[in-house]
Design a protein. Structure first.
Lengths: 531, 343
């Protein structure tokens, strides 16, 4: 008997055109994302000839110092993340789940808070120095400069590698390794010929992400005093009336970022991931006593540096502040501002993501694909460059918006739209188009079906996207620094400015508040993921 | 089927492409009121596309569809699904997950719906679970909710897209019977899509066999099985063996006998295993080649003297060992001309 396979449950809406209203809404939502990219093109054309007045030797210096940091951090984070991922998924180290959680948590610590904890640890007044002198050891020197920047960015970026590689290692089908062993391969050969090639795309992809974040980082390098593109851009921007040099450097930085993104995209294309977890758990390597000790030392060092150090240092400075003088360290206004801005940004971004999501999921095509790429490109641009782009836009095109909350929120929308979009898209894909069709076959117009059926069903996805945008906005520093209305201090801005003035007590209190508030959206995201 | 002015559905020369894929290519079909018609075909033959065009979810490139004599699709005309009065039961049921059973059914109803909801629930025997959410129901129950939801607004016709493919085999038979009786009680006109031949034959008033975007034959199940329009349909609908022969003078001689025919020239004689009777006979020229024993029946493969093969479906006994000599007698056959042969 001829038996065909069942038709796929979700059919794309090929051949059905999206309504002009949908295009209009989606286009409006993506419009802000075009501003920084447009600026990049414009700058390259106008300032490209004389490099914005920046000497070529200076450009070379910046490129070299940035490259050293990017490579160093990427390799460091790659080694640490691969190590923690392998130990927590493939060995019999006791309490693997706990270790896995502990090494993932540093993800929530923004780089400038990490930098603050390094600043607050060393020096004569530093938390760690105080502990050392108390037990009769010499105090630590002030922790600054290139090595400090490398340590900070490595310690608070390796979790990306850890998480991505972990997900591949746990989803890898153990049957593949067993088949290799059955064909006569040794354990070592099976590991290098089967496991590593499968994990490589995730490793490469996560390392390129780390490279991108390092390239874009402003908070850590500016606080720790290491000269990169971002720091130079900010200096140019603050010190001069003519912002053409800053714009030119931003242009260079954006190009570098887009190159990294393109490389990451290419690497991702080769990925041969299983999307579903296999029925059996992967092979577990039994550690010898010596190996177990080595694994514990490694994991312990990572957790001590990335988690215990910032927690301890921040708590120490905050406690000092509370015992000394409570009044001057209050961050109530900053907290209110940060939460307000982040909440508005989250709502606006999620609402904007809906038409873009419907268009890209229900009407896939070249035009909607282009729209989506624009949002992703802007998402990957350094926030400092995006901030500068919006600033120039306001100065030259929309002076009424200069230093206004709507402009800041628009910049957040441009930077974080893909976070909400991704959540909305995956929710829409899970719904499928059948629910909308069922609604229409029951006599309701398309809009009614969307409102009564689709929206309630994708609401959890919208909440996830909103939580993600809220979290990222709360932590965002460089664009906020450039675009905020005068006197509108957020927690991130306050942490950075007080830390750079050496006011570690106030910076630590603000950091602890920031981390505490971040816990709520993180909780939403984690519990959603578990469903 | 009574004579009527207009069929409930009339599709004429409907064609539809998706990119380079031709889904429908001159699809024509009439569905008459009160019956259950099944679109049967291998996967990719366009049957689901046909359903979606009738419902209004896809627009054809050309051709027309009338519902009760009113055009809903023709060049320059397109009535959206919400104004067609066509119910649909989806393969994945598409129940609204955030609504209760009752709310799902109420969705397609206007005012004065309490009565209709109760009626629909009673019809599918789910009054007890009215307040539950879809995820709290079994697969069979979900399916009946989908049916109740589609029936409640009293559409002209209800379309079913592979409605049983998500049910396991034991449940499937029961649900199929239930569905049949529910549809009869509701006096509904229904169109099913399936790729399962037995399912199509067992439950339909009319089966329309589709291949490569068009209907090859639409007929009641028994007629389709016994008098298929062409060899492909014959083989698709059920087991069939084909013996070649040369027809002349009103008959064709084959290795298993002589059959009357109006055709001349080369022909192909289609023989269903059920029409083949075999008897053990020490003098028989044919030999048992293989036997598949199913319990309720068995399929015996026999090699003829000239090397041709026919199969016989027979009762569970006698049990014939391989190599047993047998004689063969043939009941009903269908005879097709061999294409390309001048007749």
């Amino acid at each position: 008997m001829v038996a065909g396979t069942a038709q796929p449950a979700v059919r794309s809406a090929r051949g059905r055109r999206a309504s002009p209203v949908l295009w209009l809404l989606a286009g409006a939502a993506v419009l802000p994302s075009l501003i920084p990219i447009g600026l990049l093109v414009w700058t390259t054309i106008t300032a490209g000839a004389d490099a914005g007045g920046i000497p070529v030797s200076r450009l070379g210096e910046l490129a070299a110092s940035t490259a050293v940091l990017v490579v160093g951090v990427t390799v460091g984070a790659g080694v640490i993340g691969m190590g923690t991922a392998w130990i927590t998924t493939r060995t019999n180290l006791p309490r693997r789940k706990l270790w896995a959680t502990l090494v993932s948590v540093p993800l929530v610590i923004p780089s400038y808070v990490g930098a603050l904890s390094l600043l607050g640890a060393g020096g004569n007044q530093g938390a760690l120095s105080q502990v050392l002198t108390a037990i009769g050891l010499p105090a630590l020197p002030q922790i600054r400069g290139g090595w400090a920047a490398w340590a900070a960015l490595t310690l608070w970026n390796y979790p990306f590698v850890h998480l991505l590689v972990t997900s591949v290692l746990t989803r890898m089908d153990p049957a593949l390794e067993e088949a290799a062993r059955g064909l006569g391969a040794s354990r070592r050969r099976a590991f290098f010929t089967i496991v590593v090639p499968q994990a490589r795309p995730a490793l490469t992809s996560s390392m390129l992400l780390v490279a991108l974040y390092t390239l874009s980082d402003f908070g850590a390098v500016s606080l720790l005093g290491y000269e990169t593109f971002t720091r130079a851009i900010y200096t140019q921007f603050r010190g001069r009336i003519d912002i053409t040099p800053a714009l030119f450097l931003s242009g260079v930085l954006m190009v570098l970022a887009l190159v990294l993104v393109a490389a990451e995209r290419r690497g991702r294309g080769a990925k041969v991931l299983r999307t579903e977890r296999p029925a059996r758990s992967p092979r577990i390597v039994t550690l010898s006593l010596r190996q177990r000790i080595a694994a514990r030392v490694f994991m312990g060092t990572v957790v001590a540096g990335a988690l215990a150090l910032p927690a301890g240092v921040l708590a120490w400075w905050a406690a000092r502040g509370i015992t000394d003088n409570l009044g001057s360290i209050s961050v109530g206004a900053e907290t209110a501002n940060a939460v307000t801005a982040a909440a508005i940004a989250a709502i606006v971004t999620v609402v904007a993501a809906i038409p873009v999501g419907v268009l890209t999921v229900r009407h896939p095509g070249r035009a909607s694909g282009l729209l989506e790429s624009v949002t992703w490109s802007t998402y990957s641009l350094p926030h400092l460059a995006v901030g500068l782009g919006f600033l120039v836009f306001a100065l030259r095109v929309a002076p009424f918006a200069y230093q206004s909350l709507p402009l800041l929120v628009t910049a957040y929308l441009a930077m974080f739209l893909p976070q909400a979009l991704g959540a909305v898209q995956s929710a829409l894909r899970r719904v499928g188009s059948h629910l909308e069709e069922a609604s229409r076959s029951l006599g309701h117009r398309p809009w009614v079906g969307f409102r009564r059926v689709v929206l309630p069903v994708i609401a959890p996805g919208m909440l996830t996207g909103g939580a993600l945008v809220f979290l990222t906005t709360m932590k965002e520093l460089p664009a906020t620094l450039m675009l905020r209305p005068t006197g509108f201090e957020t927690l991130a801005v306050r942490i950075w400015s007080t830390a750079s003035e050496g006011l570690y007590t106030r910076a630590s209190v603000a950091s602890l508040v920031l981390l505490t508030i971040s816990a709520a959206p993180v909780y939403i995201l984690v519990t959603r993921d578990l469903e | 089927m009574t004579e009527q002015a207009n069929p409930t559905i009339r599709a004429r020369e409907v064609s539809k492409r998706f990119g380079n894929t031709v889904a429908l290519d001159g699809f024509s079909l009439d569905v008459w009121k009160g019956g259950l018609l099944t679109l049967l075909g291998p996967s990719g033959c366009g049957k689901t596309t046909a359903l979606r065009i009738i419902a209004g979810f896809d627009r054809p490139d050309s051709g027309s569809v009338d519902l009760n004599g009113t055009p809903v699709v023709s060049p320059g005309l397109y009535t959206p699904p919400e104004r067609r009065s066509v119910g649909m039961v989806f393969q994945d049921y598409a129940l609204f997950p955030h609504m209760t059973v009752e709310q799902n059914i109420a969705y397609g109803l206007g005012k004065d719906r309490r009565h209709r909801i109760a009626e629909a629930l009673e019809l599918v025997g789910l009054s007890a679970v009215a307040k539950r959410h879809p995820h709290e129901l079994s697969g069979g129950q979900q399916q009946r909710v989908a049916l109740a939801r589609a029936i409640a607004p009293e559409p002209e016709v209800i379309l079913f897209d592979e409605p049983f493919s998500n049910l396991d085999a034991t449940l499937r038979d029961r649900v199929r019977r239930e569905l049949r009786s529910i549809l009869t009680n509701a006096d509904a006109t229904a169109v099913f899509v399936t790729h399962d031949q037995e399912e199509a034959l067992a439950m339909s008033d009319v089966v329309a066999v589709m291949r490569e975007g068009r209907v090859l034959q639409a007929a009641p199940p028994d007629l389709l099985y016994r008098r298929p329009a062409d060899p492909w349909t014959a083989a698709f609908i059920g087991d069939a063996d084909f013996l070649d022969g040369h027809a002349s003078g009103g008959q064709v001689a084959t290795a298993v006998g002589v059959f009357p025919t109006d055709l001349t020239g080369r022909v192909s004689v289609m023989i269903r295993p059920e029409a083949v009777r075999i008897d053990p006979d020490p003098a028989g020229a044919a030999r048992v080649l293989d036997r598949e024993y199913y319990g309720h029946d068995q399929l015996v493969t026999v090699a003829l003297e000239n090397g041709s093969i026919v199969r016989s479906r027979m009762g569970p006994w006698p049990v014939l060992d391989v190599a047993t000599p047998v004689t063969i007698s043939i009941g009903e056959t269908s005879i097709f001309p061999v294409p390309g042969d001048p007749s």
